[in-house]
Design a protein around this ligand. Structure first.
Ligand code: FPP
Length: 246
């Protein structure tokens, strides 16, 4: 932990929490037990991020593609999510953490969308950290939805065509107001983006670990952060240019 340089911490971390199923399979137990253990990892990571001063944390909790999973697993995941939100509300308030959601909330079962809305509303003035859950989320879907909203705004004379820029486009995404992720962590060794924050991750540093999500703990997160701090982020420039501009 003392190896972390406060000034070089990422402002926004995004995580693909992968490997719950494989963790369970290795133990010949039900996949849902892997997801349950995954919740514990998420809790630990949120706590650590809050402690060290990470401002934004986005967790990929359920993708649009995940709706294709067996009904039984989806139901179990939704129940787990509902319980997680109910359990977490006091802790979020106490720790001044604001919950935000990106994705198609209207597709979630009513009890989940209701509790989500409640937690989002109750924590909306919390500002030490933003915990952003991606639920029923897909990066391509998000971009298409943004395009529809832009076309509507142009048609209704609320946006001029020449004002469509990278930055104005960003404001039509689910993530409006949230800076792009500096660091993406993916567990379980897969080298894929899996339709996550496609627009936002143009210059994100990617860190992949073989560790399965239920086994991912504080020290693994610290390891990822140390690795990130040792990277040189050039954003298309040369090393020499970076040195000159400081
Ligand atoms: C990946 O494991 C995880 C998911 C599909 C999402 C569920 C995530 C959790 C329950 C963790 C924490 C959640 C919250 C809401 C904070 P997988 O099933 O894809 O694993 P596999 O690739 O090994 O099958």
């Amino acid at each position: 932990m003392d190896r972390l340089v406060k000034k070089k911490l990422p402002r926004h971390i995004a995580i693909i929490m992968d490997g719950n199923g494989r963790w369970a399979k290795k133990r010949s137990i039900e996949r849902i037990i892997g997801h349950r253990k995954g919740i514990e990892s998420a809790r630990e990571v949120v706590e650590l991020c809050r402690e060290i001063g990470i401002k934004y944390l986005t967790l990929y909790a359920f993708s649009i593609e995940n709706w294709r999973r067996p009904k039984k697993e989806i139901e179990a995941l939704m129940n787990l999510l509902e319980r997680y939100l109910k359990n977490e509300i006091d802790g979020l308030l106490k720790n001044n953490i604001r919950l935000m959601v990106i994705g198609n909330i209207q597709d979630l079962p009513l009890p989940v969308s209701e509790i989500l809305q409640e937690v989002v509303e109750k924590t909306q003035t919390c500002d030490d950290m933003i915990l952003n859950l991606a639920l029923s989320y897909g990066g391509r879907d998000e971009i298409i939805q943004a395009i529809h909203r832009i076309i509507k705004a142009v048609k209704e004379n609320n946006l001029k065509e020449e004002d469509i820029t990278e930055s104005s486009f960003s404001s039509y995404l689910f993530t409006r107001g949230i800076p792009d992720p500096d660091l993406l962590i993916r567990t379980s060794g897969e080298m894929r983006l899996s339709n996550f924050l496609l627009w936002q991750m143009a210059y994100t540093e990617i860190y992949v670990t073989e560790i399965l999500w239920p086994d991912f703990k504080r020290e693994d997160m610290i390891r990822a952060l140390i690795d990130y701090q040792n990277r040189e982020r050039r954003f298309g420039l040369t090393s020499e240019q970076l040195i000159k501009t400081g």
